[in-house]
Design a protein around this ligand. Structure first.
Ligand code: GDP
Ligand code: MG
Length: 435
């Protein structure tokens, strides 16, 4: 995860300013936004707890633009929660069998067509099997789709036994050299014992290499409960999340993955046969973030803190109170950011003066130890530091008097520069423009 942070920091370069973030308030906002995006409350709480740990543990709370960094942490956690990597379906066996399950209207039949078309495009022979024995129209629907995509559909109009039909379909596939068999089953409007027993029996009889649970993303929290029930009975291999083209906020994706611990493998974003998409956790994280408006919430919360911090620093400069404590805290922040030179320009009032200076991490070490050897009074009021105090500082920090003098001069120059800029800005209308 620390490489992720590095990446995050790289993207942060060149934007934002230095400040602190009120993590607790931000976390609360994120949690609320996730719940708004249909994420199950417990899942939202778990993920925000992890986000909090990630933020705290990495000591990023005083980083450049922590708002941006927070967004990145949230995004990473959501991606992780949805499985991290994209997961493919397993098509194995001769023929390979894919079994579809789910409630009525979830989009099974539509998905069956899309998947068949998808597999056909990979130059594999496919057979669609109509096992929805309750609605004659369902068989017809699959036949229409099959015709549309050029895939054969197996059905038995008189037979009402899905186990028999699917066994017969497998035999038919073997005889007719179909390598992949996709079985479309009957769903009910709600979870129903007979439906469950039936699909369990089909699964036992034909041993699919992939059992998929198809669910309508628009059903929000219900989608999670249904997924759980189906998984308890079927132990399915993956989830197909349909109707993401509607105003579904996608939060179901997050919850389902977290609750049933099975990967989402496909999403469906339309009724057309082309709209089958592989599921990419990172893209879904982006969708959830956007839909839930988490990004703008974080940024809005952040802006306030940025402004407060900028005001605080500017006020100190104006009153000529910029002291070694401020100096040290800014150094700490800079060091966390890695590439120091690039980031120097972000310190209020420092950009122009530091632009051409060569700096590396080690350059800060003596400076830091000298400042850390100062008493609280000396840090707050640098004018106290006279000759004998300088000698004490050199000794205490393991440096020499020249280094202490150099730091004092550097600090004095900086204060002078800030004062000058302050005077200039008063005529120009604001320090902020100078920074
Ligand atoms: P089944 O009962 O599970 O087989 O569901 P169907 O495949 O028959 O789909 C039910 C309805 O949802 C149909 O009107 C489909 O056209 C529609 N549908 C299926 N998938 C999607 C999708 O991804 N987006 C949209 N907007 N509609 C879909
Ligand atoms: Mg159907």
């Amino acid at each position: 995860l620390s490489t992720k942070l590095d990446r995050a920091i790289k993207t942060l370069k060149g934007q934002g300013s230095i400040s602190e973030i009120n993590v607790a308030a931000t976390i609360k906002e994120i949690r609320r936004a996730l719940v708004d995006a249909d994420v199950n409350y417990k899942v939202a709480k778990d993920v925000t707890d992890r986000i909090k740990d990630a933020a705290m543990g990495r000591d990023v709370l005083t980083a450049v633009s922590p708002g941006q960094l927070m967004v990145k942490i949230v995004y990473d956690e959501l991606t992780q929660l949805m499985g991290g990597e994209k997961q493919d379906i397993v098509i194995k066996g001769d023929p390979a069998v894919v079994l579809l399950s789910g409630l009525q209207g979830s989009g099974k039949t539509t998905f069956a067509g899309k998947l068949a078309s998808f597999i056909k495009k990979q130059n594999r022979t496919v057979l669609l099997v109509a096992c929805d024995v309750y609605r004659p129209a369902a068989i017809e629907q699959l036949k229409v789709l099959g015709e549309q995509i050029g895939v054969e559909v197996y059905s038995e109009v008189e037979n009402k036994n899905p186990v028999e039909i699917s066994r017969n379909a497998l035999d038919y596939a073997k005889k007719n050299n179909k390598k992949v068999v996709i079985i479309d089953t009957a769903g009910r409007l709600a979870v129903d014992e007979q439906m469950m027993r039936e699909i369990e029996a089909v699964k036992t009889a034909i041993r699919p290499s992939e059992t998929l649970f198809v669910v309508d993303a628009m059903t929000g929290q219900d989608a999670v409960n249904t997924a759980k029930t189906f998984n308890d009975r079927l132990n399915f291999d993956g989830v197909v999340l349909t109707k993401l083209d509607g105003d579904s906020r996608g939060g179901a994706a997050l919850s389902i993955r977290a609750v049933v611990e099975k990967p989402i493998k496909f999403i469906s974003t339309g009724e057309k046969m082309e709209a089958l998409d592989l599921f990419y956790p990172d893209r879904m994280a982006q969708r959830i973030l956007g839909m839930g408006d988490v990004i703008s919430l974080v940024e809005r919360a952040q802006q306030q803190f940025d402004e407060d911090e900028a005001k605080r620093i500017n006020a100190k400069i104006r009153k000529n109170q910029f002291n070694f404590d401020d100096f040290l805290s800014q150094l700490d922040q800079i060091k966390k950011m890695g590439n120091i030179k690039d980031l120097m320009g972000m310190i209020p009032g420092m950009s122009k003066a530091m632009k051409d200076v060569e700096i590396d991490d080690d350059a800060f070490k003596p400076v830091e130890s000298i400042i850390k050897s100062m008493t609280r009074q000396e840090r707050a009021n640098p004018d106290l530091i006279n000759g004998s105090r300088k000698r004490r500082l050199a000794k205490g920090s393991g440096t020499d008097i020249q280094q202490v003098n150099a730091l004092m001069k550097q600090f004095e120059d900086m204060r002078k520069m800030m004062r000058t800029m302050n005077k200039m800005s008063q005529t120009k209308g604001g320090m902020a423009q100078m920074a």
